[in-house]
Design a protein around this ligand. Structure first.
Ligand code: 2P0
Length: 350
């Protein structure tokens, strides 16, 4: 067990006792995308995916068991959570209670430093932090792999935010039982060669998306004629990405990431009805990335379930890339991220 794993196991309360725990987790950006589930309930993806965990925009979550309470109480940035956000957190806590064999409800307090629901991976950091905090508060004593599986049930991409640096999320095997499929789908760190990467994040629109990624994926899998071909090509992209990462070849990583993301957006544009997250500002930023490459700066774009653009480049070029992107989309906010740490417990003693 390495140091990273040990930090996720700081002071778990004894099994069966009411506890309290606080965890922090960071978003991740996929270079090989997760787009499409084969099992909605277990959150099992169709394809493997691979991401970089960021060192900015952390989510901090405290979970405190409340033996007297009849309901869970969920607060997001100081405001009581409602609707789908609240429902998903409560469903996740039900899962944790089932694993722990404990009935107690909890008070969950989450602070997000990233706009929620804007395609900036707030559900990845959110459910990774919740898995680590709730796992500790309910005394599950899980290792990092089991935490990754648990986080996956909250939001697929959260399985990857349990780990720092680069992580691969295995789609898992279907060998006939749901248990096998569940156990075989988790994330783990991927070794990387000599590399000093940055992701320049252009937030062209911080508003919540019109269609949730969950609904958009479902519609794409169900109706897009381009989905099957993209999923097949994503397998090759993953192999190429792993090799490029091992060699520390940022150009190859960027080329593969960009084509994988554009292909993912093509699948949704071909869905019926179409899902279009890309906006005019997105395309303007994409043009600026092409100009950077023409000027000899290795820079490659990726976009998620929203109009915002993340540009992979060398750390040494990040300021220049950020300036180009800012110039292309005035009014956007631009952030530079490096590889960040995995989810971990914070010591509540301060
Ligand atoms: C990803 N995205 O790999 C992809 C690329 C968006 C585009 O993971 O339904 O919020 O909760 O499992 O994890 C967004 O999907 O979806 C996502 P659910 P999630 O990062």
């Amino acid at each position: 067990m390495n140091a990273e794993h040990r930090t996720t196991l700081v002071r778990p309360p004894a099994r069966g006792t009411a506890g309290s725990a606080t965890a922090v987790a960071y978003p991740n950006i996929a270079l090989i995308k997760y787009w499409g589930k084969r099992d909605e309930r277990l959150v099992l993806p169709v394809t493997d995916s691979l991401s970089m965990t960021l060192d900015i925009f952390p989510t901090t979550t405290r979970v405190r068991l409340d033996p007297g309470a009849e309901h869970d109480e969920v607060t997001l940035n100081g405001v009581p959570a409602t609707g789908e956000a609240q429902r998903r957190v409560v469903a996740f806590l039900e899962l944790v209670r089932e694993q722990a064999g404990l009935p107690q409800r909890a008070v969950v307090d989450t602070g997000n430093t990233v706009p929620t629901g804007a395609g900036l991976a707030s559900s990845a950091s959110g459910f990774a932090a919740l898995a680590v905090a709730a796992g500790a508060a309910y005394g599950l004593g899980l290792d990092a792999t089991a935490l990754s599986r648990l986080a996956r049930r909250g939001s697929g991409s959260a399985s990857r935010s349990v780990f720092g640096g680069f992580a691969i999320w295995h789609a898992g095997r279907d060998t006939g039982t749901a248990t096998d499929a569940d156990l075989s789908s988790y994330a783990e760190p991927v070794p990387a060669g000599e590399l000093d990467p940055a992701l320049v994040i252009a937030v062209v629109d911080a508003g919540p998306k019109a269609v949730s990624s969950r609904e958009a994926m479902r519609r794409t899998v169900d109706t897009s004629p381009l989905y099957g071909p993209w999923a097949a090509s994503s397998k090759e992209d993953l192999l190429g990405m792993r090799g490029a990462l091992r060699r520390g070849d940022l150009d190859a990583m960027g080329e593969i990431a960009e084509r994988n993301a554009l292909g993912m957006h093509a699948t949704m544009l071909a869905a019926r009805p179409a899902v279009r997250y890309l906006s005019p500002a997105t395309l303007t930023v994409l043009d600026s990335v092409l100009r950077l490459r023409r000027d000899g700066v290795p820079a490659y774009a990726t976009m998620d379930a929203g109009p915002n653009v993340k540009v992979l480049c060398h750390r040494a070029d990040a300021d220049r890339v950020a300036a180009a992107v800012r110039g292309a989309a005035p009014g956007s906010s631009v952030h530079i991220a490096g590889p960040g740490q995995g989810a971990r417990l914070l010591d509540e003693r301060g």
